[in-house]
Design a protein around this ligand. Structure first.
Ligand SMILES: Cc1ncc(COP(=O)(O)O)c(C=O)c1O
Length: 367
């Protein structure tokens, strides 16, 4: 029965009655407003395309039929992705509206009463959020002090919790490191259910477990085009054995990859050399930025195999330093609200040389 609506909108009691308690307890995923700041907070590739390439892309878009539904299987795009990323012919490929959506699809396929998703922490925060919203119980296992994987603790948790799915970001976000390959393999061998190795930062790390796909029947690999310069497209890939992907595909909403995304991604793959060159430049600039940060006093810089760098400042100073860097025009990510291993930590995405220089100058002053 409809209740009279309070001036503020919906009565709180109605929200409490109908929204699941675990959803009410979730913090909303917060994305900072970029305003006019230099945006080094979201692991984006800072480069756009040369004007001639933009023109050629717009020409392709002119031919796209917006009145028609997209190819639900995105068959042509999948062929291009297989070629561009050396996906083994015997493995299946599933596409998502970003890799976030694929995480949601995997979880929907395995969720049920008492089912657990497990990951080392700190890691990509969406593993926990999506597990909760899809009805899984999330179990986080602390990383070791140097952010390496604590294999005995992970194996003990796998044994105790029997997770339906384990998520390993490889390299890890927000720590930037690449866990020991043999530790990841050890987990795949020990896990009773799926192990999803999330290679979102593969282009910046150059290491992959793709070759292990045929060797382990419970291993799936997740990739995304977001970090290579196409974050706006929202295109993620799940790669793995057909029998798993066939089931997970049933949780996919039809037409999840729109016509504009399909046409644009196909076009971009045809000019992958441009993206590869941008990535080479970002990798070189990452090394330069790490070296410059290491020259600053009062911060601890962590190694990175990704397109971002995590660093720790003196106790209690992360928020004032974040604010001072922002006031100087550069937006980075602050983890001060996180207790424990990320306390006093900040994360910066590698930008253009100019952006990196502006950031170092702002940080130097803030310190
Ligand atoms: C480890 C990891 N996986 C997945 C994602 C999400 O990528 P997408 O843009 O494809 O949803 C991110 C984004 O930050 C990430 O850090």
């Amino acid at each position: 029965m409809a209740r009279p609506v309070e001036k503020s909108g919906v009565p709180a009691s109605r929200i409490e009655q109908w929204i699941r308690p675990e959803i009410r307890a979730l913090p909303a995923y917060h994305v900072a407003e970029p305003q006019n700041l230099i945006k080094l907070d979201a692991m984006e590739n800072p480069y756009t395309w040369p004007p001639a390439l933009v023109e050629a892309w717009l020409e392709v878009l002119r031919g796209v039929s917006l009145n028609r539904y997209p190819d639900p299987d995105a068959a042509k795009l999948k062929q291009g992705l297989r070629r561009a990323f050396d996906i083994p012919a015997e493995m299946d490929l599933l596409l998502g509206n970003g890799s976030d959506e694929l995480i949601q699809m995997i979880n929907l396929a395995v969720a049920g009463p008492g089912r657990v998703a497990l990951a080392p922490e700190p890691t990509f925060s969406m593993y926990r959020m999506i597990a909760t919203s899809t009805g899984l119980t999330f179990a986080g296992v602390p990383l070791a002090g140097d952010f390496s994987i604590d294999l005995p603790a992970m194996l003990a948790a796998v044994e105790a919790r029997q997770p339906a799915v384990v998520y390993i970001a490889w390299p890890n976000n927000p720590t930037g490191n690449l866990f020991d390959r043999s530790a990841v393999r050890g987990l795949v061998e020990a896990a009773p259910g799926l192990v999803v190795v999330d290679e979102a930062y593969y282009p910046y790390a150059g290491h992959t477990l793709m070759e292990d796909l045929g060797r382990y029947d419970n291993l799936l690999i997740l990739r995304t085009l977001s970090k290579v310069g196409l974050a706006g497209l929202r295109l993620g890939m799940l790669i793995g054995p057909g029998p798993w992907l066939e089931q997970i595909n049933k949780t996919r909403l039809p037409y999840n990859i729109g016509v504009l995304a399909q046409a644009s991604a196909e076009f971009a793959l045809g000019h992958k050399g441009v993206l590869d060159e941008q990535i080479r430049r970002i990798c070189a600039d990452r090394e330069r930025l790490i070296a410059e940060l290491r020259r600053l006093e009062g911060i601890q810089v962590y190694p990175s195999h990704a397109n971002f760098i995590l660093f720790r400042v003196a106790g209690g100073r992360a928020v004032p330093i974040y604010e001072a860097v922002k006031a100087a025009g550069v937006l980075i990510r602050c983890f001060a609200a996180h207790e424990g291993p990320l306390e006093d930590c900040l994360r910066v995405t590698v930008g253009t040389r100019q952006e990196n220089d502006a950031f170092v100058q702002a940080l130097r002053q803030a310190l």
